[in-house]
Design a protein around this ligand. Sequence first.
Ligand code: HEM
Length: 143
Amino acid sequence: MDTILSLHSRLAYVVLTILALAIINGFWGLIGNRAFGARDLRISLFGLIFSHIQLLLGLVTYFVSPYFSAWENGMGTVMKDATLRLYLVEHPTTNILAIILITMGWSLHKKASDSRKKFFRIAVFYTIGTLLLLSRIPWQNWP
Ligand code: HEM
């Protein structure tokens, strides 16, 4: 379905922008030695929520994508073709892992009692997660 594919494609801008803002805010708070406040919580939470929405949308995208039918030709066909491998294997698995890391960053920041640790955990985990996302974006077709 075109609507789902284009929604997944457009939401990617929102997700990556919010994650970038949460990361900058995290490092900024760390460098500035600030107290972790409501605004910091909100931006980190938005990063978490939007990446989870994108994950769910990605799962739906997977099954409605025209690439999906390539599985009918077997695992070998998919793995030998770089484009199919990217869309059907690398992009989904890497992005699921990336979102697990982002979720871990969020949970670990909640467990931390001091502000420096909170900023550090958000900044580091969100950065690793976002780098993983960026590593498997189909850049030849997007933006
Ligand atoms: C935050 C996580 C994710 C981001 C930022 C993201 C981003 C993108 C982008 C930018 C595209 C290219 C869209 C286009 O060509 O216009 C794409 C395509 C695609 N994504 Fe994701 N994605 C994410 C997670 C996922 C997950 C978890 C899955 C599957 C489980 C998935 C499945 C797909 C598929 C199958 C396509 C190809 C759709 C098609 O053109 O037929 N994505 N994604």
